[in-house]
Design a protein around this ligand. Structure first.
Ligand SMILES: NC(=O)C1=CN([C@@H]2O[C@H](COP(=O)(O)OP(=O)(O)OC[C@H]3O[C@@H](n4cnc5c(N)ncnc54)[C@H](OP(=O)(O)O)[C@@H]3O)[C@@H](O)[C@H]2O)C=CC1
Ligand SMILES: Nc1c(N[C@@H]2O[C@H](COP(=O)(O)O)[C@@H](O)[C@H]2O)[nH]c(=O)[nH]c1=O
Ligand SMILES: [Zn+2]
Length: 403
C-alpha cells in the first residue's frame, strides 16, 4: 500500500447519490463562503454538496471551445472513524476557464495553496476524470499525485482517447478512486453532453436552428426574411450563438440575406464576446462585399461541397465541438437526411406567409409512416413566439401514442 493512502481510505468507497442539478438549486448557507480566494474559514461540506458545487463551478467555464467544462472541490482529509458523508472543510475550489488555461484540478490545488492549506491527504471531487496527458497544459493526474491527494471522486469518465487513463494512473500511485459515480447519465453527463458527443463520435454536435412563421415558412416569396421572429427570439438566438463554436449557412442564404453570423446584443450592431467560426457551405463564391467578409466577427471558413460529412470533418479538424446550422432549407435538409442533426431549435412566430420556402427542403418522406419524428425536450415562450427544442429520434415510426 502506498504511503499516500491514509488508513481511512481502506473503507468502502462512498456511495454518492447526486440530486438533479437545477439553476434554482441552492446550497446551505455554509456554501456561500466557497470563494476560492476569500481567505475566510473554509466551509464544511459533504461529498454530495462538493459534487454539486463542482458542477456549478464547471458551468462557469465557457460552453464553447475544444475543452470540457470541469469543476473541482478539494476537501480536507477524511477523519478516521467518521462516516464517509461527514462534512469536511473545503481547502480550495477551481474550474477550467477554457483552452490553454489551468485545468480545474490544478486551479483548485493552487487556490488551496493560496489559502495556506496543505493538500496532502485531501479528497478531490471533480466533475470529469482527471486527464492523463500533456496537451496545452500538463496532466492533472500527475498534479494531484504531486499534491499528495489521497482520494479522487469523479463523476464522468473521460472518453477522450488523447486524455483518458487518469483514474488508472491515480490508482497505480495509490490514490483511492471510487468513481466514476455516474453510470452513463446524470448531471455531469448533462453538463458535458455536447463535448462528450463530439469526442466520442469524432464530429461536432449539430444543432439545427429554424425561425419560421406559424405556417412553417422561413422567407416570403421574394426571399425576404428579416424578421420573422420577435426581438426576444432573436436575443435568445444570439445567446445560443455565443455558446457554439461555429455557425453554418448555405451559399444561397449568403446571397439572399447577406448575414453577419455574429453573436450580438440585440440593438447593438457590433459583435461582442466569443464569436463563432462562420461557415459557408456550397460551391458559389462568397462575394467580396459580403458582410461575412467585411464585418467583424469570427473567422470565415468556406467549404465548397454539398456533402455535410465533409463539412463536419473539416470542422472537427479545427476542434469545433458544436456547430449551429442556421439554414437555409436546402442545407438544413441535407443535415437531416444524413442523420446528422442532434438537436433542433425551432423558433415559431405567430406570423402567416401563405407562400415562400418552408423550413426544410425535401427530406425524402413520401408517406406519413416515414415522417422524421422528434422528441420534444422543452418549449419556451419568447415574447409572442415559442421555442421548441427537440431531438430527432433514432428510428422513424408512427406516432408514439398510436404505435
Ligand atoms: N428563417 C430562417 O430561419 C432562415 C431563412 N433563410 C432563407 O432561406 C432562403 C434560402 O434557402 P436555400 O436556397 O435553401 O438556402 P441554403 O442556404 O440552404 O443554400 C442552398 C445552396 O447551398 C449549396 N449547398 C450547400 N449544401 C448543399 C447540399 N447538401 N445540397 C444542395 N445544395 C447545397 C447550393 O449552392 P451552390 O451552387 O453554391 O453549391 C445550394 O443552392 C433565403 O430566402 C433565406 O432568407 C435562410 C436561413 C434561415
Ligand atoms: N429570418 C430570421 C433568421 N434568419 C437567420 O439569421 C441570419 C441572419 O443573421 P445576422 O445577419 O447575423 O443577423 C439569416 O441568414 C438566417 O440564417 N433568424 C432568426 O432568428 N429570426 C428570423 O426571423
Ligand atoms: Zn487536466
Amino acid at each position: 500500500m502506498s504511503q499516500r493512502q491514509r488508513p481511512s481510505s481502506s473503507r468502502a468507497p462512498a456511495r454518492i447519490v447526486l440530486p438533479i442539478l437545477t439553476p434554482e438549486l441552492t446550497f446551505g448557507s455554509s456554501m456561500s463562503t466557497l470563494d476560492t480566494d476569500a481567505g475566510t474559514a473554509p466551509s464544511a461540506v459533504t461529498l454530495v454538496d462538493a459534487a454539486n458545487v463542482a458542477l456549478r463551478l464547471a458551468a462557469l467555464g465557457p460552453a464553447h471551445g475544444p475543452n470540457p467544462r470541469v469543476g473541482c472541490v478539494l476537501l480536507a482529509p477524511r477523519v478516521d472513524g467518521a462516516p464517509s458523508d461527514a462534512p469536511r472543510a473545503v481547502l480550495g475550489t477551481g474550474y477550467h476557464r477554457g483552452s490553454g488555461t489551468a485545468h480545474a484540478e490544478v486551479d483548485a490545488i493552487a487556490a488551496a495553496r493560496r489559502r495556506g492549506h496543505d493538500t496532502r491527504g485531501a479528497t478531490a471531487v471533480v466533475t470529469l476524470e482527471p486527464c492523463n496527458h500533456t496537451g496545452r497544459t500538463g496532466p492533472c493526474a500527475e498534479a494531484l499525485i504531486a499534491a499528495g491527494v489521497a482520494e479522487v471522486v469523479h463523476l464522468v469518465p473521460d472518453p477522450n482517447p488523447a486524455a483518458a487513463g487518469g483514474a488508472e494512473r491515480l490508482r497505480a500511485a495509490g490514490v483511492q478512486v471510487p468513481g466514476p459515480l455516474e453510470d452513463g447519465a446524470g448531471p455531469g453527463h448533462d453538463l458535458l453532453r455536447v463535448w462528450l458527443h463530439a469526442v466520442t463520435t469524432g464530429r461536432p454536435f449539430v444543432t439545427l436552428k429554424t425561425a419560421t412563421s406559424l405556417d412553417g415558412r422561413v422567407a416570403a416569396i421574394d426571399g425576404t426574411s428579416r424578421w420573422i421572429t420577435s426581438a426576444q427570439s432573436r436575443a435568445h438566438a444570439h445567446r445560443v450563438r455565443r455558446t457554439v463554436d461555429a455557425i453554418a449557412v448555405g451559399t444561397a442564404t449568403v446571397l439572399a440575406d447577406d448575414p453577419t453570423l455574429t453573436a450580438r446584443t440585440p440593438g447593438d450592431a457590433d459583435p461582442d464576446g466569443h464569436q463563432p467560426v462562420r461557415v459557408v457551405v456550397g460551391h458559389r463564391d462568397v462575394p467580396s462585399r459580403a458582410r461575412l467578409r467585411t464585418a467583424p466577427g469570427g473567422p470565415l471558413v468556406h467549404v465548397r461541397t454539398h456533402d455535410v460529412r465533409v463539412v463536419l470533418a473539416e470542422l472537427a479538424a479545427r476542434e469545433v465541438r458544436h456547430l449551429l446550422v442556421e439554414g437555409g432549407p436546402t442545407l438544413a435538409a441535407a443535415f437531416l437526411r444524413a442523420g446528422l442533426v442532434d438537436e433542433v431549435h425551432a423558433y415559431v412566430a405567430p406570423v402567416l406567409l401563405g407562400a415562400g420556402p418552408s423550413a426544410l427542403a425535401d427530406l425524402g418522406v413520401t408517406t406519413i409512416d416515414a415522417a422524421l419524428r422528434l422528441e420534444t425536450l422543452s418549449t419556451q415562450p419568447l415574447g409572442p413566439d415559442v421555442l421548441v427544442v427537440a431531438r430527432p429520434q433514432p428510428v422513424r415510426s408512427t406516432h408514439p401514442q398510436e404505435a
